[in-house]
Ligand binder design. Sequence first.
Ligand SMILES: C[S@@+](CC[C@H](N)C(=O)[O-])C[C@H]1O[C@@H](n2cnc3c(N)ncnc32)[C@H](O)[C@@H]1O
Ligand code: SF4
Length: 348
Amino acid sequence: MPPTESAIITAMPALDTLGRPMRDLRISVTDRCNFRCTYCMPFDEYQWMERHEVLSFEEIERLARLFLDFGIQKVRLTGGEPLVRKDLPQLIEGLRRIEGLPDITLTTNGALLAAQAEALYAAGLRRINISIDSLRADRFLALTKRGNLDDVLAGLFAAKKVGMTPIKINAVVIRGTNDDEILDLVQFSRENGFEIRFIEYMDVGNANAWKLEKTVTKKEILETIHARFPVREIGREHGSAPAVDYEFLDGAGEIGIIGSVTEPFCSSCTRLRLTADGKLVTCLFAESGFDLKALIRSGASDDEIRSQVSKIWALRTDRYSDLRWEQVRTGNYQAGQHKKIEMITLGG
Ligand SMILES: C[S@@+](CC[C@H](N)C(=O)[O-])C[C@H]1O[C@@H](n2cnc3c(N)ncnc32)[C@H](O)[C@@H]1O
Ligand code: SF4
């Protein structure tokens, strides 16, 4: 019997035009969020997705199964805020049943985590990233517009109590806003056994008023930490993770720093994103995505979907952050001129 199209595709190494394989799948389960973080959220002009536009759990599971054939090694659930999606543990259980699917990670703002940590763990979630940019309640509220720091800390410790590991804290560093808390955040993470990852403030979406001066560089973050808590570079996980990891010389754990703006890593970017309404997006800074939902809802077969994904990846040329950094350095970058999909639509 001749091999099916899917068998041929599976046998093909899925490399894009720059020779990058497909390895990390980020699935946004909703564009809704219970916070309004100033650095992430668009303001008034955002059109929320209609409920019928959002992929069902069955549709997400089917696509995840098909993506596996291309060599996906990591799956992250994100949003918007993934924990506002009803019955999320059911999706995790469904994904965990897919043979060969790697460990699932979740990125959350943590506000609803205390109530859901046990169910998420029971569904099979072990790894989690929780975003905390400030340990000062008033500043936390100002940054998130709606966030209560105590609720988030309760979620963080609930995750620890049920046994999730590793637990990583994500902190975006913004000059003049929370850059004076880098060491407090490190100290807190060291004391409590969490791994902190600092993220350079980026110009995601279209309405977050990003300015280069507000980005505290990876180098600055590292120097601040190293002066107080000496560290040694370990490198990027699997060679392609966004964060460069460092370990404390005193053995008290690790930190990571994501230099998306000043040390772009497009050349090793193996990520693709599925939006909550089923668009396949191959770059965090993309203008648009391919409508996989339309394809699956039109009755396409698995082979047809694989074939489409394969074509999209084979044509992928994205290297937005590399180009941005070249333009920033020569004074030619105008953030507002580039129309991008909003972060809450895409999934961070
Ligand atoms: C878009 S959020 C989605 C998941 C969840 N709501 C959360 O906040 O963790 C994913 C990550 O993107 C980060 N993020 C959002 N806007 C950013 C920006 N302008 N620069 C850098 N990171 C950003 C957030 O801090 C968060 O860690
Ligand atoms: S960073 Fe996360 S919590 Fe904050 S507005 Fe964006 S999606 Fe919501």
